[in-house]
Write a protein that binds this ligand. Structure first.
Ligand SMILES: Nc1ncnc2c1ncn2[C@@H]1O[C@H](COP(=O)(O)OP(=O)(O)OP(=O)(O)O)[C@@H](O)[C@H]1O
Ligand SMILES: [Mg+2]
Length: 315
């Protein structure tokens, strides 16, 4: 080991191995994200197991080598971007379960720990990020097969990636952060050139602040937003029905959690699951059962999480 190279445990939070029943369940709990789910599964499976599409091409488009070369040489990064509490982190930590089951391989998720930001000491960020990529590549190399599908795959998760990847164009940017972004870009290129079963998922609230070179290296940028009426209904219907609400009462709550045409934003997914439903229950507990009148009053009083204001970061 190099002098001072951070250990694997310093860099990563708990490694998750899929398939895993718990994560399959959590993935199933995410509603209204079918589009994001299917795009993610497609890209990740293509990145970690190009053999699949090669077989498909052989069958349907024999000889179209050039076209497929472009598909196979897509960069290994996928960006999940959007509003707070919209399911980015949750989908990023659960989606590999679906990929693992589809491709019939084990997948390891390496979640880069927040402490990777370092303490801003010169060279520290660069060192940490390079080391994180070293470990990712090392693990993926071991799973590579000379021919055919790989024996497994590695997904590097960089959540809350804003600080790591914000645009180097920004004048106020600290030198140390700039070096970190450079290291990140080099890391992506190393994964791309290594032809290894690895992918990188990055989550951010600030797509506008994302460095152009990072953007360019993403195979896809998938957007997440506040739930539509239909999506809010999907989240709320079952739990409220269980609590004894009637259909029209549920509809009223669904409408009330939406944006009004003036200044009020609609609820985020997390406002619904982590604040509203628990509040409705705890409001009644321990003396009364849940009932509609107090629930709707509560909904009306509740202020949705303010949106993440990305605009001020636009150059
Ligand atoms: N589509 C959804 N269906 C059901 N629950 C959801 C959905 N999206 C988010 N949630 C709930 O909201 C919680 C927060 O989601 P998550 O942590 O993924 O948000 P995020 O997009 O990463 O937000 P942030 O940008 O603040 O990190 C999750 O634990 C999950 O329970
Ligand atoms: Mg998150």
């Amino acid at each position: 080991m190099e002098v001072g190279k951070p250990s694997f445990d310093e860099l990563f939070e708990n490694v998750i191995t899929y398939p895993d029943f718990e994560y399959q369940e959590r993935l199933n709990m995410l509603v209204g994200l079918d589009n994001q789910k299917s795009r993610l599964v497609k890209i990740i499976s293509l990145l970690i197991n190009p053999y699949g599409i090669e077989k498909w091409a052989e069958k349907h488009h024999k000889g179209s080598k050039k076209a497929f070369n472009y598909v196979l040489k897509r960069p290994p990064l996928i960006v999940l971007e959007g509003d707070v509490g919209s399911g980015k982190s949750e989908l990023a930590t659960t989606i590999s379960d679906a990929v693992a089951r589809q491709e019939k391989i084990d997948i390891q998720l390496l979640p880069l720990s927040l402490s990777t930001r370092g303490q801003g000491r010169v060279g520290e960020m660069t060192r940490l990020i390079s080391a994180a990529f070293d470990y990712t590549i090392e693990r993926a190399e071991k799973l590579k097969n000379k021919a055919g599908s790989s024996r497994g795959a590695v997904v590097l998760l960089v959540d809350e990636a804003d600080a790591l990847t914000q645009s180097r164009e920004s004048a106020q940017m600290h030198h140390e952060d700039r070096a970190g972004v450079n290291a990140f870009i080099r890391g992506i290129d190393r994964v791309a050139n290594g032809k290894i079963p690895a992918a990188i998922i990055m989550c951010t609230n600030r797509i506008n602040a994302l460095d152009p070179a990072v953007k360019r290296r993403s195979a896809d940028i998938i957007s997440f937003g506040r739930p539509t009426e239909e999506q809010r209904s999907l989240v709320l219907k079952e739990p409220l029905k269980e609590l004894g609400f009637l259909e029209e009462q549920i509809l009223e709550i669904v409408k009330e959690t939406g944006p009004n045409n003036k200044d009020k934003e609609g609820f985020t997914f997390s406002d619904l699951t982590q604040r509203l439903i628990p509040s409705i229950i705890l409001n009644a507990y321990p003396d009364n059962p849940v009932e509609f009148e107090s629930a709707i009053r509560l909904v009306k009083q509740m202020i949705p999480t303010p949106p993440f204001n990305d605009k001020k970061y636009v150059k």
